[in-house]
Structures are given as C-alpha cells and as structure tokens.
Ligand binder design. Structure first.
Ligand SMILES: Nc1ncnc2c1ncn2[C@@H]1O[C@H](COP(=O)(O)OP(=O)(O)OP(=O)(O)O)[C@@H](O)[C@H]1O
Ligand SMILES: [Mg+2]
Length: 240
C-alpha cells in the first residue's frame, strides 16, 4: 500500500447531464504536496474540483481519499474527512461579518472549544482580516475577500485544500501577498493543496507537481520544474 498517497483518482469521466466534459482522468496527490491543476477557459478544472469535493458525481471511475473509496460520498462527509474547497468566485456570505464567515468554515467540527484558537491562527496569518473582523464580507476588497475565503477553508482543518482560481481578478501585488500567506499555511499546517490556475506560470512556480488540462483531458503531467521548461507549454501558455 502506498502510504504517502492522500488522493487517488482513476479512470474518471464526469460531466453535466449526459454530456461528459472530463475524460479518463488519472490524478494523484501525495501528503504534504502542492499540485497545480492548470489550463485555459472551460478546460474542466472546476468540474474536476467539484468531483473531488463531491458536488458532482462521476459517470465512471473511482476516487480514493486516505485509502477509502469516496467516489459517491457526500460533500459533508468529505469535509469531515479533510477535503475542503475554496470555490471559484470566493462565494462568501456578503451580509455576514468576516468572523461569522470564518466560523461557518468550521461547521463540521465538534471541538467548538478550539474554534477560537482556529480564529486566532487565521487572524495571525491575515492581520487585515483581524482589523476587519466585524466588517460585512460584502464590503471587503477583492484581495481581502480571497483571504476570508481561504481563512474559512482553513477553519475546517483540511488535509487537502482545493483552491479554485486564487489569482482571479486580483492585482499582482495582492496575489503575491496571498501566495506568501499560503506558503506559510503549507509550511505550518500538515496539508496538501490542489491549486487551480489559469495563470499557468504562477501555478507552476507554486506547485511541486502539475497537471495540464485541455478540453477535458490531461495533456501533460509531471514535476512543475520540468513542465515550466517544456517547449509546448511555454509556447501555448507562457507566451515564450
Ligand atoms: N453547470 C454546468 N452545466 C453544463 N455544462 C457546464 C456546467 N459547468 C461547466 N460546464 C461546461 O463544462 C466544461 C468545463 O467547465 P469548467 O467550469 O470545469 O472549466 P474550467 O477549466 O474551470 O474553466 P474556467 O477557467 O473558465 O473556470 C465547459 O465546457 C463548460 O461549459
Ligand atoms: Mg473554473
């Protein structure tokens, strides 16, 4: 048995109604690794994350997490097991405060006593959120909303964090700031991440291994430091 493996996806096909948008996906995430899931508009990145978090059931194939077959487990069970998704577009509750949004991230946790400690850790990671903890989430800037969405995800104490389009709509400086914080999260908490990015350069720089999706199929996979040197990838995605 491969004890280093956290998530294993085999021969996965998925889509909407009868229409497949992902074909024959094999993907593996080891413990304490950052995986880039990269590709252009409509490649199927979000669909794949939604299969992993249980929002979409696959048409074919298996998904294993910690050696358990979770192919048809519901999303709440997966959060309890340690899979947490930070959705595309952040999807905060805009009429609730920052603190209330963060608390909601811990909805599956039974140890309510340690909740406050969890909040403190998020506020240390993102001091901006501490300053704005009683402010409505809808009044935050885009970068602060992304910090709040990440913080909410971390409140469930995930083993695998799925992050969909972290950089979308944010200024480069704000993206840098959030990446530094994520690196700290990776170093301090025992977790793995799948980072979905249209910004292929950013995704490759930040990950250990990566998969490149094109129209629903994996066309490239390997160590990120190798993929970043790949002539096809440089031409298609990096404009070099
Ligand atoms: N709810 C849905 N119903 C039907 N088709 C969908 C739905 N959501 C996505 N699709 C289709 O599935 C394909 C993959 O979409 P998906 O959102 O997974 O791509 P993506 O790689 O996340 O794209 P983006 O970078 O634009 O977010 C696209 O052709 C899209 O039109
Ligand atoms: Mg998407």
């Amino acid at each position: 048995m491969d004890t280093s493996s956290l998530l294993r996806i085999q021969n996965l096909h998925a889509g909407y109604g009868d229409v497949p948008v992902l074909w024959d996906i094999f993907l593996k995430v080891d413990r304490r690794k950052i995986i880039g899931l990269l590709g252009g508009n409509g490649a199927g990145k979000t669909t794949l994350l939604n299969v992993i978090s249980g929002i979409i059931s696959p048409m074919k194939g298996r998904v294993h997490f910690l050696e358990e077959d979770i192919t048809f487990s519901n999303p709440t069970r997966r959060v309890q097991m340690g899979i947490t998704q930070i959705p595309e577009g952040r999807l905060l509750f805009y009429g609730l405060t920052v603190k209330q949004n963060l608390r909601l991230g811990a909805f599956t946790r039974k140890d309510k006593a340690s909740l406050e400690k969890g909040l403190d850790a998020i506020f240390q990671l993102f001091p901006r959120l501490a300053e704005r903890k009683d402010q409505l989430a809808g009044t935050l800037s885009g970068g602060e909303q992304q910090m709040c969405a990440i913080g909410r995800g971390l409140m469930s104490r995930p083993k695998l964090l799925l992050i969909d389009e972290l950089s979308w709509g944010l200024a480069p400086l704000v993206v840098d700031h959030i990446m530094v914080a994520l690196k700290k999260v990776y170093e301090e908490m025992e977790l793995s991440m799948i980072l979905v990015e249209q910004d292929v350069q950013l995704g490759l720089e930040f990950s250990h291994r990566a998969y490149v999706l094109e129209t629903g199929r994996i066309v490239k996979e390997g160590r990120s430091e190798d993929i970043i040197k790949d002539p096809d990838i440089r031409k298609s995605y990096l404009g070099i």
